[in-house]
Design a binder for this molecule. Structure first.
Ligand code: FMN
Length: 176
């Protein structure tokens, strides 16, 4: 296993918790997308970002570095409030990745899906606005799935589904 950099983009800290755990276990260097200055010296890049309105936060950094990344072992992990253990959620996150990144990058990367957290009352105003629209949409939906009901309840109750041990499979894959 060559040198590894763990790079992340995190608004409220869930992705950072996974990234810190992964970096510690791999004894890798940890950077935000603004801190990382060069990737030429790394053989493996692990990139993590939250899912925001279906797109990967920090995806622009991946696209900007696409040419170099296609020559490396690339691992991408997502952090979403939707449970990626549910197949259709994972599928829609995957489709969102292909849309917000490039197909080439997604096909080249090994992707892992983790679950994050949300405290609606502590969101930035712009994020609160986006979530409000989604809550309104769900409220008026005639038939809601259990997952959608769970999503609606976040408006009143903060959720924290972060379980860093879920990243053990990613760590194992990088060490392989
Ligand atoms: C404005 C906004 C949009 C979001 N959109 C989605 C989404 O489309 N799908 C999802 O599963 N989670 C969504 N989330 C939840 C985030 O993915 C979740 O809070 C994640 O843990 C954020 O990670 P971070 O704090 O590291 O940025 C959204 C959160 C906000 C604030």
């Amino acid at each position: 296993m060559g040198k590894t950099a763990v790079i992340f983009c995190s608004e409220y800290g869930s992705t950072k918790r996974y990234a810190s755990y992964i970096a510690e276990k791999l004894q890798a260097e940890l950077f935000t997308t603004t801190e990382i200055k060069e990737i030429a010296s790394y053989e493996t890049i692990v990139f993590g970002g939250g899912i925001y309105a279906g797109a990967l936060n920090g995806g622009d950094w991946l696209k900007k570095n696409q040419v170099a990344l296609l020559d490396k072992k690339l691992v991408i992990f997502t952090c979403s409030v939707a449970d990626p253990q549910i197949e259709k959620n994972q599928e829609s996150i995957h489709i969102g990745l292909k849309k917000s990144l490039t197909e080439e990058l997604v096909d080249h990367a090994k992707v892992f899906y983790f679950r994050g957290a949300m405290d609606y009352k502590r969101l930035k105003l712009t994020h609160k606005g986006i979530m409000k629209v989604m809550f309104q949409f769900l409220k008026h939906k005639k038939e809601r799935s259990a997952e959608e009901d769970g999503m609606l309840s976040i408006q009143n109750t903060p959720v924290d589904y972060v379980d860093v041990s879920r990243a053990d499979a990613l760590i194992f894959y990088v060490k392989e």
